[in-house]
Write a protein that binds this ligand. Structure first.
Ligand code: ADP
Ligand code: MG
Length: 323
């Protein structure tokens, strides 16, 4: 396989906020040109801190962030031209109209004067804001503001698009529009890096997923690779009445020869109800349920499904992605 040059190189990145909060703890990863990469992690994992360093908004306490081979902190001007950034906190100009906000951004990013009109009109159209372009941004809904922030980030035709929580607080239509735009960037061969705590967003859009927790990388790979490596092809979950998890584990391992991987505490039963999760082959659910009921156990729920990225996270960290 030919390795394309990397466009993002993060090496051993550490960040302490004032007050001593350690937001990043030795984070390293690279992104190649043309990749769509999702950084997935729970709230507070350090995603926004990491992208703020890529865009030069924050300086690392230690470690290095390079964009297209250039150290960000020393090449702010050059790096800003390469990146289009949609921040998590939409820093829009509430007292401008959408038209004015985009024109201002075009000037800031040195879009050629003779192209500004056409580009701004195109972006307004893309965001579905043409009819509202002369209204003040502060009168917009959350979804409209997010759409405006998105088109602002792609207005200057950047090589690398960084989106922090693109669908936070937006309606389904806006989310679809934003997702489609990311897919379009992929077709154009652009690089997109997005942060999310929605598993389905990472699943739907990312060629590769980087999972971070507590400022550290916990796993990276394609969604299929991560599931295969950390969970398996299928996941069986059974809720058994009258059995603790330990009893259930022993029972399953001895009589069904299933390796029990992970477990959550009883969810909706009494103390003697066990949720058991196990890696499994695709014919094992009837087998497991059959053996359990033959032995007089009461199976209150049983399911088999393909693992999600949330299961990967649970398998690696022992905690759920979204609590
Ligand atoms: N401006 C700040 N000052 C102090 N601590 C902060 C600041 N911004 C973020 N943090 C802390 O840094 C950690 C990582 O936050 P953040 O990068 O926003 O995570 P994420 O984007 O993954 O939710 C959290 O513990 C958060 O509370
Ligand atoms: Mg964030």
């Amino acid at each position: 396989m030919i390795r394309l040059p990397s466009i993002v190189d993060v090496t051993d990145l550490t960040h302490f906020y004032t007050g001593g909060i350690k937001a990043l703890d030795g984070l390293s990863f690279s992104i190649q040109k043309g990749e769509i990469v999702g950084i997935l992690g729970p709230n507070g994992a350090g995603k926004s801190t990491a992208v703020k360093m890529m865009t030069g908004i924050l300086r690392p306490t230690s470690g290095s962030v390079k964009i297209a081979g250039k150290e960000v902190a020393e090449n702010l001007e050059a790096v800003r031209r390469i990146i289009g950034f949609m921040p998590q906190e939409t820093a829009l100009y509430e007292d401008l109209t959408a038209q004015e906000a985009l024109e201002y951004h075009a000037e800031l990013y040195a879009v050629p004067k003779n192209e500004v009109r056409e580009r701004v009109a195109k972006m307004l159209e893309l965001a579905g804001l043409t009819a509202r372009k002369d209204d003040l941004v502060k009168t917009y809904s959350g979804g409209m503001k997010r759409r405006l922030a998105l088109v602002r980030s792609i207005l200057h035709d950047s090589e690398l698009l960084i989106l922090d929580e693109m669908s936070l607080g937006v309606d389904v239509q806006s989310r679809n529009l934003i997702w489609n735009q990311v897919r379009k960037m992929r077709n154009q061969g652009r690089t997109v890096l997005f942060c999310t705590n929605y598993m389905d967003e990472a699943e739907a859009l990312a060629d590769r997923v980087i999972i971070i927790d507590n400022g550290r990388l916990v796993a990276a790979g394609t969604s299929a690779e991560l599931k295969q490596k950390h969970v398996g092809n299928y996941l069986i979950e059974v809720l058994i009445e009258g059995m603790s998890f330990e009893e259930g584990r022993e029972w399953l391992e001895q009589r069904v020869q299933l390796e029990v991987e992970t477990v959550s505490d009883p969810l909706n039963g009494g103390p003697r109800t066990a949720w058991i999760r196990s890696k499994a082959g695709n014919t094992d659910l009837p087998l497991v349920v059959g053996r359990l009921t033959e032995n007089g156990l009461v199976v209150r729920q049983a399911s088999m499904r393909e693992p999600s990225l949330g299961d990967v996270f649970l398998a690696i960290t022992g905690s759920r992605l979204r609590d």
